[in-house]
Design a binder for this molecule. Sequence first.
Ligand SMILES: [Zn+2]
Length: 298
Amino acid sequence: MKIIDAHIHYAGHEGFNQTARESGQINTAAAVAENFRRNGVVAAVAMGTGRSDGRPDGLCEPMRPDLAGPVTEESCALPRNIAYCAGVDSGAITPENTAKSLELFERYLKTPQCVGLKFYPGYHHIYMSDKRHFPFFELAAAYGVPVVIHTGDTAGTRGHVKYSHPLTIDEIAVDFPQTHFVLAHYGNPWIVDATEVAAKNENVSIDLSGLAAGKIESETFLAQYRGYLEYLKTWMAYLGDWSRFLYGSDYPLVNIDEYIKVIRALIPEEHQEAVFYSNALRTFGKLARLPQPGEEEK
Ligand SMILES: [Zn+2]
């Protein structure tokens, strides 16, 4: 099965290296490439990570993946089948720097591998409905790229989860109908709320990343969390629109080999191609223009 992983982290710092070791993986560009080959992952979308504070010109700088080397507006060190969402550091946006920060994001969005924006409510103690974000939603709509939003539980204890509750996305989905929003992690554990936001708003999709963490073994996981997985299946069927779900792993947080098996167990056979591949291609439209490994750049 050909797979697009719509949510990975591709960052070279020690925290991610350690997370990869905990999930039984090696966080190097070569090991990730081999991992993808083994699992039929033909492309992935990496979420920008890091912090933009401290930029000398005081702008809100796009957060980018950096495992294969620096990504700049002029050059991209990523493998060609790994695209990314430029991370927005909500706390670094000010009324004074908004216009210039938007110009900076726009320069990245003009490059082939920047396929969306990523926000981190919860980690940042700022609601998505804060008006500082509005011009970024408009920018995403203008470039036809989605806005991916961390929703649900946060890693570590510093997050404030009221900001990452999926219900908070309803109002921006209504007010920005031209912008496509992706609820990362299905708002877990607020699955019902995330389902309602997607059911009500056609411009909302859900990514299935991060629903398990660590070095899992799929059969054990499926048995141990049977109730939880049945609950997920119930609400996915309730939404009933399989075009809205995207497979993502949240690598390096979970071992990709086994996570694919867990998510596959949740999706009816006839919708697996959509959830594991074509929905991501449609949602991240720019992915279609990225060359596949081995292909020449067009
Ligand atoms: Zn993530």
